[in-house]
Design a protein around this ligand. Structure first.
Ligand code: ZN
Length: 346
């Protein structure tokens, strides 16, 4: 069973199309907008102007932290206002909260990303922090995605580029998926795998354009992120988009307390995991460099030992997700050698 977004709008100044899309898809008359304080400070005025000239009533809830408890605290607003639609307006974390609330209440949600930092913008999975771990919830994909390139292009350049790192990760994610299929008999769908790979290849082909961060470069990242999200919708799991490089990134969050952006960390993870898979890790590193993403421990702002420690525990992060790291993971010596060979550490 494949559940997909009904409408995806990518372009300049498309944020103004929110009321039109609500009407076209018959999404109701009451909308709860979940957003972050910074985003609301920047574009809240525009959204208020747009919504008040439509026949849709709305309420705004601001979220401050991407945690499970923060998401839970919004249930009260949800119950008292009882909206027909939830809009997630903000970065990946805000959208994850909107997605989680949609999944737990059954109310459809619309994704309006203001950054291109990771592929959660249209995927059916919400990941939230809570109780010292990350909870990944299978939710429904957004009923619509409105990605305004003018808004996304005005995000900090580091946040925009991070999405390209999340896309490069699909090279190793797909190889891990194939490995799990061959060794563990796990379901593998080549169509969704190819779709995820296409988004990674797109970044490679257009890395020059991306590095300039023009509207067209940002469009490449946004379209890639949506295509990767759709691959997850088709696969019914995050397998095509997330493998050992993601496990490494989650492990690094654990050992170094969220040192860098998700897309930056998985990019470095992809360099090391492609070495283990025996594919051209130098090419991946070159693309990341060209785009302006970190390729070393120093650039991620972590110590060499953090990288090694993260590599040694990565296989324990999600034990049901079989990857090139196997069931027993890497020894300290093997991890050190891997990080040195790929010049992630000195
Ligand atoms: Zn990711």
């Amino acid at each position: 069973m494949i559940d997909l977004p009904k409408k995806i709008v990518v372009g300049e100044n498309v944020v103004w199309q929110i009321p039109k899309v609500i009407q076209e898809l018959r999404l109701g008359k009451k909308v709860l907008i979940i957003t972050g304080p910074n985003v609301w400070g920047l574009i809240g005025g525009t959204v208020e102007e747009m919504m008040s000239s439509s026949n849709v009533s709305y309420e705004v809830s601001k979220v401050y932290k991407p945690t499970l408890s923060e998401a839970e605290s919004l249930h009260e607003t949800l119950n008292s206002f009882s909206p027909d639609l939830i809009i997630g307006l903000g970065g990946g974390k805000t959208i994850d909260i909107a997605k989680y609330l949609s999944a737990s209440s059954g109310i459809p949600f619309m994704s309006v990303p203001t950054t291109s930092s990771h592929d959660g913008i249209a995927s059916p999975f919400a990941s939230l922090r809570g109780g010292g771990k990350i909870t990944s919830v299978l939710a429904k994909p957004p009923v619509a995605v409105i990605a305004d390139l003018n808004i996304i292009t005005s995000a900090p350049s580091r946040v925009i580029k991070a999405g390209a790192g999340d896309l490069i990760a699909k090279f190793t994610a797909v190889l891990d998926w194939r490995l799990a299929h061959r060794l563990k008999g796990e379901y593998y769908g080549d169509y969704s795998a190819q779709l995820a790979l296409l988004s990674a290849k797109h970044v490679v082909n257009y890395s020059d354009l991306i590095s300039k961060l023009s509207i067209e470069g940002v469009r490449v990242i946004v379209e890639g992120l949506i295509s990767s999200s759709v691959a997850m919708c088709i696969a019914g799991s995050s397998r095509p988009a997330s493998g050992s490089e993601h496990l490494f990134s989650h492990a690094l969050d654990y050992v170094a307390n969220y040192p860098a952006l998700h897309g930056e960390q998985v990019g470095v993870g992809a360099i090391m995991m492609s070495y283990l898979h025996g594919i051209e890790w130098r090419k991946i590193k070159k693309v990341l460099k060209k785009v302006g993403l970190p390729t070393t421990a120093k650039e991620l702002g972590v110590r060499d030992v953090d990288i090694i420690n993260a590599l040694t525990i990565a296989h324990k992060i999600r034990t049901e997700r079989y990857t090139i790291l196997g069931e027993s993971g890497l020894t300290y010596e093997a991890a050190e050698k891997l990080a040195k060979e790929t010049e992630v550490i000195d």
